[in-house]
Ligand binder design. Structure first.
Ligand SMILES: C[S@@+](CC[C@H](N)C(=O)[O-])C[C@H]1O[C@@H](n2cnc3c(N)ncnc32)[C@H](O)[C@@H]1O
Length: 243
């Protein structure tokens, strides 16, 4: 996962509101975390190619982790002022603590089971300072079932041609993405295929696991103003570790 696809990932993320997400994170931090003279320490889970990381690094002392070596290579190529490590968020080999932990752009939907989600939440709780905040987003089942299932997306650019097919299995709550892409290499096109799965969880399931891990959690809709619901495309979870 996120192997060769890493080299073209950024090309297809131009509609993702990274700057708005960074502002939203700032708002949540201002409302929840006691300011300090030094930069607050922020850990980003699934930092990928560093798109959000580059905004966060302007304000925070950032550490980013990702399971994909290739995505981290893309992030490192951007010379972001952040420490970047190859790591699984379910088992983070870190022993320092952070004021803020974030994870954006569906990373939690890659967890194939509740155990993976719980382990990530428990690890985040362990690594968060008392009074710290953990913010992440998740796509909903509604999005997988009604927007993505059976859809095919085609992107045609001068040097890359991409076909992305989706199939949602409502029993397994699994959306399979089959991404075929062709990258121009001189006069020829090299073909690549990447198959990924994302999984849907209800708000109630996620909240139960967050509470079990020790957090106080609230769920907010993508507009950042209203409460989250199962009808949204994406919800944000704002999780506090008590002082
Ligand atoms: C859709 S990308 C999002 C990347 C980045 N957050 C962004 O906003 O562009 C999902 C990322 O999650 C990473 N990921 C998936 N499962 C992971 C895990 N168990 N531990 C760490 N990273 C993981 C993938 O390698 C990928 O870089």
């Amino acid at each position: 996962m996120y192997d060769e696809f890493a080299m073209i990932y950024d090309r297809f993320m131009s509609d993702i509101p990274y700057e708005e997400w960074a502002s939203y994170i700032d708002e949540v931090v201002r409302a929840n975390v006691v300011a300090s003279e030094d930069k607050l320490k922020l850990l980003e889970l699934g930092c990928g190619s560093g798109n959000l990381t580059s905004y966060l690094a302007k304000t925070y002392d950032v550490t980013g982790i990702d399971i994909s070596k290739k995505m981290l290579e893309m992030a490192k190529g951007k010379c972001i002022d952040a420490k970047l490590y190859e790591m699984d968020m379910r088992d983070m080999k870190l022993d320092e603590r952070f004021d803020v932990i974030v994870s954006f752009c569906d990373c939690m939907n890659y967890m194939p089971d509740k155990k993976g989600l719980f382990d990530t939440f428990a690890e985040s709780y362990r690594l968060l300072e008392d009074g710290g905040v953990f913010v992440f987003d998740m796509k909903t089942e509604c999005y997988f079932r009604y927007d993505l299932d059976n859809s095919t997306i085609v992107e045609d650019e001068d040097d890359v041609y991409l076909v992305w097919q989706n199939c949602y299995d409502s029993k397994k709550k699994e959306n399979q993405y089959m991404i075929d892409f062709f990258v121009k290499d001189g006069e020829k096109y090299e073909r690549y295929r990447e198959v990924q799965s994302q999984y849907a969880y209800t708000i109630a399931e996620v909240k139960e696991l967050l509470v079990k891990a020790g957090f106080e959690a609230e769920v907010v809709a993508e507009d950042g103003q209203s409460d989250g619901s199962e009808d949204e495309v994406r919800n944000f979870f704002v999780c506090r570790k008590k002082r």
